[in-house]
Design a protein around this ligand. Structure first.
Ligand SMILES: *Cc1c(COP(=O)(O)O)cnc(C)c1O
Length: 229
């Protein structure tokens, strides 16, 4: 043991990431307060999440509806300013659970899902913020709307399903430089007037900030390696 209590080391890790975000923003003359840290807590132990809450972090990303529900249902009421973001793929049969649990769904990527989310919003009287996941690398195995279809997809989501789409997110292909993908996503967001740009993970969040990210999704650089990985 090094004598440092977990909350102290967690707070330090968070301060470090926030400082790096601020420095990256300043390096391109962006106001650091326009960049937001999403702490990706998927697969992390509850104690690590509680330490992050104690350090002041309120914006968290989870990739599974069930895991998020188990973890956050008992914690929600203690933190009125909590912001939970779904960053993993969403099945239509979980749309209702997702709409009731999350404040932001970052992975809207097909019409059937848009329909299910719209239905759940009407039933539950909740309207989470929605981001369209864009498959910037046009990878066959990856979720997301191809760049050329974003325009039509956003229009359909708004006009046919009455959804409010506020932004875009992407996960660049593994093993490729991320810069061109970040540039493409930032371009798409500008073209469609979608203000929220979720991009950048532990390995490349500073680059994402330089390309215009409004939200970076940082897991392992913040919490340490996910158990079992
Ligand atoms: C797991 C995950 C992250 C965080 O990844 P790290 O490399 O641990 O920062 C970010 N975004 C998505 C969509 C993820 O699934």
């Amino acid at each position: 043991m090094n004598g440092v209590s977990p909350p102290a080391s967690v707070a330090r890790a968070r301060d470090d990431i926030l400082a790096r975000i601020a420095a990256a923003a300043a390096s391109v003359n962006r106001d650091p307060s326009t960049v937001h840290l999403t702490a990706v807590s998927k697969l992390q132990p509850d104690e690590a999440v509680d330490a992050m809450l104690a350090a002041g972090q309120r914006r968290f990303g989870e990739n599974r509806v069930q895991e998020a529900t188990r973890r956050w249902t008992p914690r929600r009421s203690g933190y009125p300013d909590l912001e939970l973001r779904l960053i993993g793929p969403l099945q239509t049969n979980k749309a209702k659970d997702a709409v009731s649990m999350f404040d932001v769904i970052e992975t809207l990527d097909r019409e059937r899902l848009a329909a299910s989310i719209a239905d759940a919003c009407a039933k539950l009287g909740r309207r989470p913020q929605l981001l369209v996941q864009v498959n910037t690398g046009e990878e066959i195995q990856k979720a997301g709307v191809p760049p050329r279809d974003v325009d039509a997809f956003v229009r359909r989501a708004r006009e046919t399903f009455g959804l409010k789409v506020s932004g875009v997110m992407c996960i660049p292909p593994v093993g490729e430089p991320a810069g061109p993908h970040f540039a493409l996503l930032a371009n798409i967001s500008r073209r469609h007037g979608l203000e929220v740009i979720s991009m950048g993970m532990s390995a490349d969040f500073e680059l994402a900030v330089r390309f215009g990210a409004t939200h970076v999704r940082v897991g392992s650089a913040l919490f340490g390696a996910r158990p079992g990985t």
